[in-house]
Ligand binder design. Structure first.
Ligand code: GTP
Length: 326
């Protein structure tokens, strides 16, 4: 079984962490973000993942390689120009199975993909969207369906809307012959152009239970981190009792205070008397003696000087290697 994962975006909302590292390769707790997706896909029978890349493909390959041992094999397709979410799937046409999963590459989830696949087969759909119910739907577009799961309409996000609603979870089962109808060689959005064009013509959807999060902003990065550490998503991760994950390859002075809630990555050093809470220290970062870090992400290789205080910041290196805040 095959999945095409869209990883070509620039991840602008997660800057500065994504200046030099594509979003799927950014570390989330103890591994590159994409490894959670491949673990999830593998648990539903996917054995081949095609990564539709655009931005920083070489960096992605360097971090993710051929995939994890025992997990789906990774293949890379590189777009020379931005093609959008549907254009990128069209670009992959020659590599696609007759029926395949397609996913946004920034979804952290354990939704029931098998039930999505089964409904797709039963209805004979050309495309089936996984939907997810959110309690506050104001910042999302909604999808209306009938009792058989046929999509009736899409509505735009509306800040004045209140209450729950079913949103597009960026998780699809598609037929290759439907993809062949997407115009080639130009930017096409799946949400705003392709799906509206096939509404009423074999477009179905299914609400899915389980965990779902679109991992695109620093706030969501934090939520996802604590959800993983505190066991709200199915995966194996080493933690101690107070919601803290410390890499065995980190060096922490015994007089430093870590937590409640913290991630300390490999190669990180934390000096004497430093305090770190509600924060993530990514690989190779440094917190000097007596420094305090609260509710912040310290990007790879960033140094917090001795005695400094960092609160509510996302620090990372820009293209010139200068440390910048989000
Ligand atoms: P922001 O810049 O922060 O909005 O991030 P993004 O562009 O990475 O994410 P967005 O939510 O806009 O896109 C959803 C998914 O589609 C992400 O996983 C992107 O990597 C991916 N994506 C968006 N545009 C393209 C594209 O032109 N080609 C490919 N291959 N993937 C894309």
């Amino acid at each position: 079984m095959q999945a095409l994962v869209l990883v070509g975006g620039r991840g602008t909302r997660l800057r500065p962490l994504t200046y030099g590292t594509p979003k799927p390769a950014v570390t989330l707790v103890d591994r590159p973000f994409l490894n959670y997706m491949t673990e999830w896909l593998g648990s539903h029978g996917v054995d081949e993942v095609i990564l539709a890349c655009g931005f920083l493909p070489d960096e992605l390959k360097a971090v993710l390689g051929d995939g994890e041992p025992g997990g789906p094999k990774l293949k890379y397709l590189v777009e020379e120009e931005t093609l959008g979410t549907a254009g990128a799937i069209r670009f992959a046409l020659d590599h696609l199975d007759e029926t395949f999963f397609a996913l946004n590459g920034d979804v952290l989830a354990d939704l029931d993909l098998t039930s999505l696949w089964n409904q797709h087969a039963e209805t004979g759909a050309r495309a089936t969207l996984g939907l997810y119910e959110v309690s506050d739907s104001s910042s999302y577009g909604l999808v209306d369906i009938d009792e058989e799961g046929q999509v009736l309409q899409f509505s735009e996000k509306d800040p004045n809307r209140t209450g729950a609603g079913l949103i597009n979870a960026g998780t699809y089962v598609l037929q290759r012959d439907a993809v062949a109808e997407i115009p080639a060689g130009r930017e096409v959005s799946i949400e705003t152009e392709f799906y509206p064009s096939i509404t009423g013509k074999g477009l179905y959807a299914r609400p899915l239970d389980g965990y779902w999060m679109d991992f695109g902003t620093p706030e969501r990065y934090f939520e996802a981190t604590w959800d993983i550490i505190e066991g709200r998503i199915h995966t194996q991760v080493r933690t101690n009792s107070d919601g803290v994950h410390v890499s065995p390859e980190a060096e922490i002075d015994p007089s430093a205070t870590i937590g409640p809630r913290a991630v300390v990555g490999p190669g990180v050093t934390v000096g004497a008397g430093a305090k770190v809470n509600g924060s993530v220290l990514l690989e190779g970062s440094e917190v000097g003696k007596g420094a305090e870090v609260e509710a912040s992400i310290i990007g790879p290789g960033v140094k917090v000087a001795a005695g400094d205080t960092v609160g509510d910041e996302v620090l990372g290196k820009n293209q010139n290697g200068e440390v910048v805040n989000a």
